[in-house]
Write a new protein. Structure first.
Ligand code: NAD
Ligand code: IPM
Ligand code: MG
Length: 357
């Protein structure tokens, strides 16, 4: 039995809705296994701007530092998406959290549940068995470089930067993960065009001989985007820079069947942050139809990675599998064969998962 302090950071839009379900799963696990989970909440994003003017108040960051793990929802609001001139934005809170907590490694497992083969737009015979683990570098690249305007605002620039150290530490994590899986690592870059990618490839090539048991390939990001659809099963572990990882993993969500299925773990040397890869989904906010499984699977990653609770984590994943096997779907993962009475809303889907815990 363990006592752990978990910070719930729902954020904006459906982040509020799906995180509430993720917390219920953690509560059920604690009761079942005799753990004591204490909780607190913190503001981030649009809700934080509305309350304090700051997308990540100091109080929120302090709470994150003091917690054993963070279950995070999402940030975002349409009023900022459509206002390029907004100086304060919800996403600034997310990026500041990642930087301040040193969350340089963003693990994005692309896990396909066989029951969802029909939810993907990719042919089942190409898809079945796909299982990819992305390592996205999360605190460098164009996100955190110098950015601005010149020529009276008529010219904009964003500087992308990577240090050898930043590339090496994420690459080593990816190599070590590949050793525990199918021993294949694909390093994705754009080394034929950009200098940060040439450093990326140089670093991966340099350390590869230290992992002789891991087969390494290098792919350009454009070719990777094509191959993810053409032959997703060719990939085992993928390591790439911040921006490329952001884009490729949303695409890879279609391997799993929906944006509502993909969890993530953001880790460094301190508190881990666990969140769906999706955003605040303005188009479905407040409708009670958001798929909570990405948040539930993020809670499973939290239990495993931050708490070392492997059995607890595996039970959560098994519960998700059981619910899908029972034919329940949220509308984003339903298909023509899904009976209407098996298409559930956010809370009802969460309730079905809790039955298997
Ligand atoms: N980590 C984050 O906080 C994060 C991630 C991505 C986007 N965002 C923000 O979210 C806002 C909306 O961005 P977007 O529309 O490009 O991306 P999004 O991920 O919010 O939504 C993309 C599409 O996927 C659907 N979707 C997403 N999650 C779902 C779920 N759990 N169940 C069912 N359908 C789901 C949405 O309805 C939408 O059609 C923006 O403000 C963006 O900045 C935040
Ligand atoms: C909201 C945005 C800043 C963020 C990112 O680009 O990392 C999101 O797309 C994500 O994947 O978490
Ligand atoms: Mg993204």
């Amino acid at each position: 039995m363990a006592t752990k302090h978990i910070l719930i950071v729902p954020g904006d839009g459906i982040g509020q809705e799906v995180t509430a379900v993720g917390k219920k799963v953690l509560d059920k696990i604690a009761a079942k296994f005799g753990h004591t989970f204490t909780y607190d909440e913190a503001l981030i994003g649009h809700v934080a701007i509305e309350a304090t003017g700051n997308p990540l108040p100091d109080e929120s960051l302090e709470k994150m530092r003091k917690s054993d793990a963070v279950l995070f929802g999402a940030v975002g609001h349409p009023k900022y998406d459509n206002d390029p001139s907004a100086k304060v934005r919800p996403e600034q809170g997310l990026l500041k959290m990642r930087k301040e907590l040193g969350l340089y490694a963003n693990l994005r497992p692309i896990k396909l549940f066989d029951e969802l083969l029909g939810a993907s737009s990719i042919k089942p015979e190409i898809l079945k068995g796909a299982d990819i683990l992305f390592f996205r570098e999360l605190t460098g690249d164009i996100y955190f470089g110098e950015k601005g305007r010149k020529n009276d605002g008529d010219t904009a620039y964003d500087i992308a930067e990577y240090s050898r150290y930043e590339v090496e530490r994420i690459a080593r994590k990816a190599f070590e993960a590949a050793r525990t899986r199918r021993k294949k690592l694909c390093s994705v870059d754009k080394a034929n065009v950009i200098e940060t990618s040439r450093l990326w490839r140089e670093v991966v090539q340099k350390i590869a001989p230290e992992y002789p048991d891991v087969e390494v390939e290098h792919q350009f990001v454009d070719a990777t985007a094509m191959l993810l659809i053409k032959d997703p099963r060719r990939f085992d572990v993928v390591v790439t820079a911040n921006l490329f990882g952001d884009i490729l993993t949303d695409e890879a969500s279609q391997i799993a069947g929906s944006m509502g299925m993909l969890a993530s773990a953001s880790v460094g040397d301190g508190t881990g942050v666990y969140e769906p890869i999706h955003g605040s989904a303005h188009d479905i906010t407040g409708k009670g139809v958001a798929n909570p499984l990405a948040s539930i699977l993020s809670a499973a990653l939290l239990l495993d990675i931050s708490f070392g609770m492997k059995a607890e984590s595996e039970l959560v994943i098994s519960a998700v599998d059981q619910v899908l096997k029972a034919g329940f779907r949220t509308r984003d993962i339903a298909d023509q064969q899904t009976p209407a009475d098996k298409i559930l809303g956010t809370d009802a889907m969460g309730a079905e998962v809790l039955k298997f815990l």
